[in-house]
Design a protein around this ligand. Structure first.
Ligand code: HEM
Length: 524
């Protein structure tokens, strides 16, 4: 009997998959590409490492040298047979601009927003009118004043790191892994500038009372987004796992911390308004404060409710933390490998900032080579490596004709097709960037083209200038004082170090580089 039931379930599954695959083939079968067993970006595809049966979430990274070339097309399709949905992938910058530009035929589907709304609705995970309202409220918080604060906090945190790590008195330092330090820097900056909540570098993870410290709460929340999304709430109650307990406690503590912060900030703002409101702009500089200010001032129409403020605070912390830390790590690794580029930057910093003063926010516009070094590392290791969109109607996509280089073609796409904008493909496409494998910061000098790694069009990254200010401040301070070298293992060459450190980034919600061993040698 059981055998019959299982056989019936199996037959039903096979029939369903034949229907799904047939429908997918009708939709995207005219585009070259391949069949797989499992959708690479599905929970199963993302959980298991790449193998013969699973392309893996990061296949576009691992196959970047030949993925599109093998099909002679800048748009390809992947149709899974056993599990998941069919998707297109593109490495065409023109297609990306068209998809993400204004009046686009494409929208952000619900699937693209999974996991990032675990703490509440937010600007990244919303669409349509809801997105427009949230963007209009959040955008003014990103202004010159905020960037000035970003500079101050980055510098303060950098100094704290040098002092508390004991590097201030050292001539050279072996940093066996730079990434936790960079995560801490980015977390501290977003915490101070995003929430008005400065953290302390040497604060232990657990307080003397046995509770998680604020730093640990924020860290646990931001590194466990995928797990929080995947784990059903009941599992926290029945599982003996310490890790699950930690995640649950961190998320609950963070949620109640943010709700109490909303009440506290709203009271402060009402008090300031009661006193005439003159000092509002001066006193409320952080992004969180600005969101609460909009709520207090605007009433219900153009404001966020409490859960939306929590959701947005959370997403700012997530969006602004891993991405920036990862790109700083990639920049330092590339500069360690390219001594001549590092020397050029060091010389430039010395020219702009005299020995007798510290770098200041007003130096930002004169530090283009520092920003270019950061951009070029972001191109080689794009943090937001793939974004998903769905066609609202039949349309076409502009792509380079790989059979006839120099010519363009328009690839027809049907309504309902989903496409991954493969930023790795775009950034390593020689039509967009000649000699794409080369670390060449000079390609960004006086660049007029909008950099696609921060997205494009109306939904372009809100934190571009935030991230750039943080990067320029941090890198300027560090490179002015230290020469950065790869920390080689016994007998290891620079090439082998590069292979060990840079060839296998972790690809989950964003791309991250894990172990970055560096040697810092004091210059001044
Ligand atoms: C190197 C650092 C960063 C990179 C590479 C980056 C990249 C991106 C990309 C590619 C998107 C578009 C995602 C999509 O289309 O689905 C995006 C959106 C966004 N980013 Fe960033 N980001 C960075 C830093 C930041 C920072 C520091 C913040 C905030 C403090 C931030 C806040 C946002 C927000 C709010 C959005 C959503 C915009 C919208 O949908 O209207 N990002 N970012």
């Amino acid at each position: 009997m059981l055998g019959l039931v299982l056989l019936a379930i199996f037959a039903l599954y096979v029939a369903r998959r034949i229907y799904i695959v047939g429908r997918a083939y009708k939709l995207v079968g005219h585009i070259p590409g391949f069949f797989t067993l499992i959708e690479p970006s599905s929970p199963i595809g993302g959980t298991f490492p790449p193998s013969w049966w699973n392309l893996g979430l990061g296949f576009a990274w691992h196959q970047k040298a030949y993925l599109y070339k093998q099909f002679n097309s800048e748009v390809i399709r992947v149709i899974p047979i056993l599990y998941g949905d069919a998707n297109l992938y593109t490495c065409s910058a023109d297609a990306m601009r068209q998809i993400k530009g204004t009046n686009s035929d494409w929208y952000k589907p619900a699937k693209a927003m999974q996991a990032i709304d675990v703490m509440g609705p937010n600007v990244v995970a919303s669409e349509g009118e809801d997105w427009r309202r949230q963007r209009r409220i959040a955008a003014p918080a990103f202004n010159q004043r905020a960037y000035q604060l970003v500079w101050q906090e980055t510098e303060r945190t950098y100094r704290q790191m040098i002092k508390d790590e004991g590097w201030a008195i050292e001539k050279s330092v072996m940093v066996f892994d730079m990434s936790p330090h960079l995560r801490k820097i980015a977390l501290f900056v977003i915490s101070a500038c995003g929430f008005g909540f400065p953290l302390n570098w040497s604060e232990p993870a657990i307080t003397p009372e046995g509770k998680m410290s604020p730093r640990e709460v924020i860290t646990q929340v931001s590194i466990n987004i995928l797990l929080r999304h995947a784990i059903p709430p009941w599992l926290y109650h029945v599982s003996p796992s310490e890790k699950l307990k930690t995640i649950d406690t961190a998320y609950k503590t963070f949620d109640s911390l943010l709700h109490s912060m909303i009440d506290k900030r709203a009271d402060e703002i009402r008090k300031l308004i009661g006193e005439g409101g003159g000092a509002l702009e001066e006193k409320i500089q952080d992004i969180f404060g600005r969101l609460v200010l909009a709520q207090v001032q605007a009433g219900s129409k153009l404001s966020l409710n409490d859960q939306e403020i929590v959701g947005n605070a959370f997403i700012m912390m997530f969006a602004g933390h891993e991405t920036t830390a990862h790109t700083l790590g990639a920049t330092l690794a590339e500069l360690a490998l390219h001594e001549e580029e590092q020397e050029k930057i060091h010389k430039h910093i010395k020219k702009v900032i005299p020995e007798d003063r510290e770098p200041i926010f007003e130096d930002y516009d004169n530090l283009e080579p520092v920003l270019a070094a950061f951009f070029e590392a972001l191109r080689l290791f794009p943090a937001a490596y793939q974004t998903l969109r769905k066609a609202a109607r039949d349309t076409t996509l502009p792509a380079g004709n790989m059979k006839r280089p120099g010519e363009m073609e328009n690839i027809p796409v049907k309504e309902g097709s989903s496409i991954f904008l493969d930023l790795v493909g775009v950034c390593y496409n020689e039509r967009n960037y000649p000699e794409p494998e080369k670390y060449m910061p000079s390609r960004w000098y006086s660049a007029t083209d909008r950099f696609l790694a921060f997205s494009y069009g109306p939904r372009t990254c809100l934190g571009i200038k935030f991230a750039n200010t943080e990067a320029v401040c941090f890198l300027t301070n560090l490179l002015r004082e230290w020469k950065v070298e790869p920390l080689l293992q016994a007998g290891e060459t620079k090439e082998q170090w590069k292979e060990r450190v840079l060839s296998k980034p972790t690809l989950l919600v964003t791309m991250t580089l894990e172990d970055i061993p560096l040697k810092l040698v004091r210059r001044r």
